[in-house]
Design a binder for this molecule. Structure first.
Ligand SMILES: *Cc1c(COP(=O)(O)O)cnc(C)c1O
Length: 390
């Protein structure tokens, strides 16, 4: 095995090696075409993503954050409205709600998947005064770290209260979920699904980008309008939108990468299984490894491991110890939404969402990118074992 003395959290160079020529060619095509806004590269990627995810419509947008923002705008969400989401996610999930002057309402997570807990959602809705419940205009679950939220009960609850669902699938393009009707890719089961092409996502561009998918033609049409300032034809504005366009250079690069996505997912899954086996083998009971809830059904895409999150005690000491051995780790996310300064005014107390608060204190991301080698993973696990033995 090769000698390892450092492991980065992510190595985009490793992925670029085999794709550099193809990507450079695609970028050059955009440059030479002089079609720098919208055009065939956008359409091509939208068609690819629609067919890959099983969505009827796909709309390329400027980022994952803008995909979420535009989705809320597509549902006419604004002042006086509220949106229920998870307490534990990347900031954008809650930020977009507040930016539209709507009120975010948080619910606790399931401690195994880190995703919105269906009983907590039900309890949240049931315990609200009717007048407040009537202000809830969307429910926004997140498929955190690349694992699907438990959509069947979440969608049932949403349907019971007739509230639309926006899936934040920014970390989970390609993740399958298994409702009784058979496997489906996330983003396509709610009313709207949002993806991000931020470079560290499983399908990453060479800059910002995002995509919205939906099965609803009316909604798709409205989202397309909102993407270009609400103009159905030039300078004729039916509604107020903004500039939310995807850059054709990003679309061109992403079209090159998408055919490799499933094979990258498989490499991440192999790496995840390898970590979990190594932690068992080296006997490190202090580390709680992530659980893919559908793994025991022998299904392929239960979790695409955008992140491999362990739970540990003495986290900051461990992180410092690993840093000395040149092993990069990261905490996604150290502060739950209800404890963020900017959401203090919502009036949540500390302890309001115990599972989310506990996760924020314990989680740690280990390097999981597809090109990670077995020797690197062994180096990481041995370092963590050393930490707890000393
Ligand atoms: C990355 C991410 C976003 C935002 O995507 P950007 O493309 O960075 O704007 C939103 N939600 C979640 C859960 C994310 O991980």
């Amino acid at each position: 095995m090769e000698q390892v003395n450092s492991v980065p959290l992510l190595d985009l160079k490793a992925q670029l090696v085999g794709l550099r020529e193809e990507i450079a060619q695609a970028v050059l095509e955009v440059v030479d075409s002089t079609q720098y806004i919208m055009g065939p590269k956008i359409q091509a990627l939208e068609d690819q993503v629609a067919s890959y995810t099983g969505a009827a419509y796909a709309i390329g947008v400027s980022s994952g954050t803008d995909a979420l923002l535009l989705s809320l705008m597509g549902l006419d969400i604004g002042p006086g409205d509220s949106v229920i989401t998870t307490d534990f996610s990347f900031f954008a999930t809650a930020g977009v709600i507040a930016r539209l002057h709507a009120k975010p309402i948080f619910v606790d997570i399931d401690p195994v998947t880190f995703n919105m807990d269906p009983p907590a959602l039900l309890h949240c809705l049931e315990s609200m005064p009717v007048s407040e419940r009537q202000t809830v205009k969307a429910i926004m679950p997140v498929h955190l770290y690349g694992q699907s939220a438990d959509l069947t009960p979440l969608l049932d609850i949403a349907a019971q209260y007739r509230i639309p669902v926006i899936e934040d699938a920014a970390q989970a393009i390609g993740t399958e979920y298994f409702p009784p009707e058979g496997p489906q890719r996330v983003g396509t089961m709610g009313d709207i699904g949002c993806f991000s092409f931020f470079p560290s996502k499983n399908l990453g561009g060479i800059g910002d980008g995002g995509m919205i998918v939906t099965q609803n033609s009316e909604l798709a049409q409205k989202l397309r309008l909102l993407r270009v300032h609400g103009a159905a034809s030039e300078y004729t504005h039916e509604i107020i939108g903004g500039n939310f366009r995807l850059d054709p250079i990003q679309a061109a690069v992403l079209s090159v990468k998408l055919p490799y996505l499933d094979q990258w997912h498989q490499a991440r899954q192999r790496n995840a299984n390898r970590y979990t086996a190594l932690f068992q083998q080296k006997n490190v009971p202090e580390v709680k490894t992530p659980v893919a809830v559908y793994a025991d059904q022998g299904l392929a895409h239960y979790h695409i491991y955008n992140q491999y999150m362990i739970r540990v005690s003495q986290r900051s000491e461990l992180q410092a110890f690993l840093k000395e051995r040149q092993i990069a780790t990261k905490v996604y996310y150290p502060v739950p939404f209800h404890q963020q300064q900017c959401f203090r005014h919502l009036g949540y107390r500390d302890g309001a969402f115990p599972e989310s608060e506990k996760a924020a204190q314990e989680v740690l991301a280990l390097p999981i990118y597809p090109e990670l080698t077995e020797a690197m993973q062994t180096y990481v696990v041995e370092a963590i074992a050393d930490f707890y033995r000393n």
